[in-house]
Design a protein around this ligand. Sequence first.
Ligand SMILES: [Zn+2]
Ligand SMILES: [Zn+2]
Length: 259
Amino acid sequence: MVNDERIKIRFVGTGSAKTNLKRFHTSFIISRDVDNILIDCGDGISRKLAELQINLNSIKNILITHTHPDHFSGIAALLVNMKMIGRESPISIFIHQDLMDFVKYFFAQSYLFFERFDFPVDFKTYNCEEKTILNDCISFQAKENSHLSKYHQLVKSKKVKSASSSFLFEIGNKKIFYSSDIGDKSDLHLFKDEFNACIIESTHIEISEIVEYLNGNSSNKYFLVHIDEEREELLKSNLLDKISKGKVFIPNDGDEYLI
Ligand SMILES: [Zn+2]
Ligand SMILES: [Zn+2]
C-alpha cells in the first residue's frame, strides 16, 4: 500500500433533518480511485446528486446508518432513478442486520422488484460485532450508539427494530471515523483508534461538548456535519481558531476534500 494514497470525501449534503435550501441532509461519498461508498440517502437525494452532477452510475456502494427519514427516505427513488438511466453495473446496499427485513419489505411495497432491474441490487447486512469488508481496500466497523435510546419504550411497545451505529472506515491506509447521528457525547469515543479524519455530527450534542471533544483529540482533520441552520453561526464563532488553523472544517454541500 502506498503511503501518499489520497482518499476523497465529497459532501453531498451537510444539513440536519430540517429541510432547508442551503444544506441538504447529511450524506457524503468516500472514494478511492473508482471505488466508493455513499453514506446515507435522505429525502430528495436523487435531486441533490443531479444538482451536484454526480453520475448515478458512478456510485458503487450505499451504506444506511439508520432509518430516520433524513438518512434513508430517498433511497427508493434513488434506485428507481438508477433504473431509469439504464444502469447496468451492480450496486451493493449495506443495511444493519436488524433492519434488513423492514428494508426489503419497504422496497417490495414501493413496487421496486429488483428482478425487473437491469442491474443487480445486492443487499448486504452489517452488524456491530464484526468488520464488514467490501473489497481489498474498503472496510468498515459499526458500533451501536445511543442515538435511538430515547425511543426505547416506544420501540418496545410498537415492536419495531432499533439500530443506529457510528462507523470506522478503513480505506486504503486511511482511517475515517463517522459519528453518524449520536445520542450523547460518549458516542464520540466508541472507537479508540487514531484517525486520519473525523466526521462529526453537530445537532445532537452541545457546542461546548464539541469544543471539549476537539480539544482532547489529535486527528488530522475534523469535519462538522448535520448542521442546524439556527446554530451555524454560533458553531462557527466557537470554533473560529480551529477553523483558521485548518484543523476543523464546516463543509458546504458539494465540497470535496482529500485525506
Ligand atoms: Zn439525522
Ligand atoms: Zn437520526
